[in-house]
Design a protein around this ligand. Structure first.
Ligand code: ZN
Length: 141
């Protein structure tokens, strides 16, 4: 990667972190630079940890986990749970749903307006519906 684009990426990451109310520490800037460099995508903590190692960024898996959760709390990422033991972090925080390919563990975006939910039950008293997450599981035929 060219030095100039690396510097621009670092500045963009710092700006993004500050706008979300997060202090741009060296590790946060480095991980944000990796996360947001290729447009929208879905990652696990393990896959980001591997990318960081490849890029020569020395962070522990625990730090990657903590940072991803901080980014999610700050609204920079959205968590997508596929099952109790597997969840992804999504750089697209706009309303949308997902296909989950069971063969290779890939998440594929479904535009927000492509699914209409009808017959939604009234939420329990004192609550309101925050959002609806739909994961449609697919497999190769
Ligand atoms: Zn997505």
């Amino acid at each position: 990667m060219a030095r100039k684009s690396t510097k621009a990426g670092k500045e963009a990451a710092e700006t993004r972190l500050r706008a979300a109310g997060l202090r741009p520490t060296r590790q946060r800037v480095a991980l944000a630079g990796l996360l947001f460099r290729h447009g929208h995508r879905h990652l696990t903590a393990e896959s980001l940890h591997a990318e960081a190692a490849e890029a020569g960024i020395g962070v522990s898996l625990a730090t990657v986990y903590n940072t991803l959760h901080q980014f999610t709390e700050a609204g920079l990422l959205r968590q997508v749970a596929v099952d109790a033991s597997r969840f992804y972090f999504d750089t697209n925080v706009e309303a949308h749903q997902h296909f989950y390919a069971e063969d290779d563990g890939r998440l594929i975006d479904i535009p927000g307006d492509a699914i209409a939910v009808t017959g939604m039950p009234a939420p329990p008293r004192g609550t309101e519906i925050d959002r609806v997450d739909i994961v449609i599981r697919i497999k190769r035929r």
